[in-house]
Ligand binder design. Structure first.
Ligand code: ATR
Length: 277
């Protein structure tokens, strides 16, 4: 079975390391390769992949939305999110899924199995925030608020989900949320702020945070601890980065392609070694 990831850039993707380990551990025979496809060349690129007989592929930046019109079928969650990160090829047909959303949920559940009853705050309103917002809604999390630099993007995200803005989900500006930060149990950082190489930045200050009993997560995994996570940890919160989300979204994709859900532990070790470089 031939699998892979399409994107631009795709050079530094850790997906091949993870999926090659999944092949090894499950005993499924296969290869997982990187396919560089430029923006605007998606149609041609996907045709080539079909010609060489791929069974499926992951989709990364900048194609997660542009792939949708090329699909024959799309899973309900992916349709709602409006982004696809996993495609299965079945009898020549392309079927799209989004495993990022559930990948985050599995990583959260591992830290706090009672997350459903908690007050959550998503920081950011981009593609990643949208996936996580839907995942929390799907998992019946009662309280999901959003803060973002641009308020209109956060408002649009909530309206598009058919939840009632201001009641089921509230929206805050970044400065506004800093004074309310103790109202939340789980903070979910989804922006690119703090990612390498700009590691000395955080979207919000956690100066007021009383962190005991709270959870702070960041979907970034380079650096392994963002400034946001460092501050949250200093204030006593339990923190986790995006490593497990990446591994779980990969495990869920692998299951879609092979019907086998691999354990993530050994892939995690290999991935961390690669990250240490
Ligand atoms: P992704 O698909 O990775 O989520 P995106 O759709 O470009 O990326 O979204 C990036 C998110 O990071 C947005 O919430 C963005 O805020 P805006 O909606 O106001 O643009 C947020 N973001 C990016 N740079 C930021 C910065 N310097 N300060 C605060 N938020 C920032």
């Amino acid at each position: 079975m031939l699998l892979g990831v399409i994107g631009d850039p795709v050079e530094h993707s850790l997906s091949p390391v993870i999926h090659e380990e999944f092949f090894r551990i499950t005993g499924v025979q296969g290869k997982y390769k990187k396919f560089y496809i430029k923006k605007g060349m998606l149609n041609e690129g996907v045709k080539k992949l079909l010609n060489i007989g791929v069974s499926g592929f992951n989709v990364t930046v900048p194609h997660k939305e542009d792939i949708i019109p090329l699909l024959d079928e799309i899973d309900e969650t992916a349709r709602k999110i409006g982004a696809v990160n996993t495609v299965k090829v079945e009898k020549g047909k392309l079927i799209g899924y989004n495993t990022d959303a559930e990948g985050y949920i599995l990583s959260l559940k591992q830290k706090d199995p009672t997350f459903h009853n908690k007050k959550t705050l998503i920081i950011g309103a981009g593609g990643a925030a949208k996936a996580i917002y839907y995942a929390l809604v799907n998992n019946n999390v009662k309280s999901i608020d959003i803060c973002n630099r641009s308020l209109n993007k956060a408002e649009e995200l909530i309206k598009a989900s058919n939840r009632i803005l201001g009641e089921e989900s509230r929206v805050y500006s970044l400065p506004e949320v800093e004074g309310k930060i103790n109202e939340f149990d789980i903070l979910i950082q989804t922006t690119s702020v703090g990612m390498s190489p700009n590691t000395n930045a955080s979207p919000i200050s956690l100066e007021n945070l009383q962190g005991n009993g709270k959870i702070a997560s960041d979907i970034i995994y380079t650096p392994n601890e963002t400034k946001f996570l460092q501050e949250a940890k200093e204030k006593g919160a339990l923190t986790f980065n995006g490593v497990n989300m990446l591994l779980y979204q990969a495990a869920l994709a692998f299951e879609i392609w092979t019907n086998k859900r691999p354990p993530i532990d050994t892939a995690r070790e290999l991935m961390l070694k690669q990250l240490e470089g």
